[in-house]
Write a protein that binds this ligand. Structure first.
Ligand SMILES: [Mg+2]
Length: 166
């Protein structure tokens, strides 16, 4: 029997911050669906959401979420020193630390996560398009990569589970 999952303070905070920054777990589940529907014809949004929930329950994922969102919020408040402030406000392509942080999430479920992450980062479907909209005045330099990485990790988890059931 599966042990009942109780949320730590860290997990509660990570979930709260995602919602405060405009990301619902169902938005991430839709990205998983987008990535996986062609491989699993009977896939439901509920299956996707379940796998997103499992990814979010990992401590290393919660740490990445809190760190990235904190940096986005501090950037919006302009309390980060230049030249880093400028780099984060512009989401400069050559910065790359947002992707590095996100890879700590992708790593959790092995190498097929990398392919999913790279693909979704190029396509930017659903919530990722909104997070990349620079006209809002919000800063999601880290959050867009975190969300893509959670979706990629959840997709890997789903794929591994499906393969072991065949
Ligand atoms: Mg980014």
């Amino acid at each position: 029997m599966e042990k009942k999952h109780t949320q730590s303070e860290l997990e509660k905070k990570a979930r709260e911050w995602l919602i405060e920054r405009g990301v619902a777990l169902t938005d991430i589940a839709e990205l998983v669906y987008y990535l996986q529907k062609k491989y699993h014809p009977n896939l439901t949004i509920e299956d996707c959401l379940y796998n997103v929930e499992r990814v979010i329950s990992k401590r290393e994922v919660q740490n990445a979420i809190l760190t990235g969102i904190q940096l986005d919020v501090l950037t919006e408040k302009k309390v980060i020193e230049p030249p880093l402030l400028d780099i984060l406000e512009k989401d400069e392509g050559l910065y790359g630390i947002d992707e590095i942080l996100a890879l700590s999430i992708v790593n959790v479920y092995g190498s097929i996560g990398f392919t999913n992450y790279g693909y979704i980062d190029k396509q930017k479907p659903g919530i990722l398009e909104r997070l990349n909209d620079k006209s809002t005045g919000e800063c999601h330099t880290f959050l867009d990569d975190l969300v893509g990485a959670i979706a990629a990790a959840a997709s890997s988890r789903l794929a591994h589970r499906a393969a072991s059931q065949e």
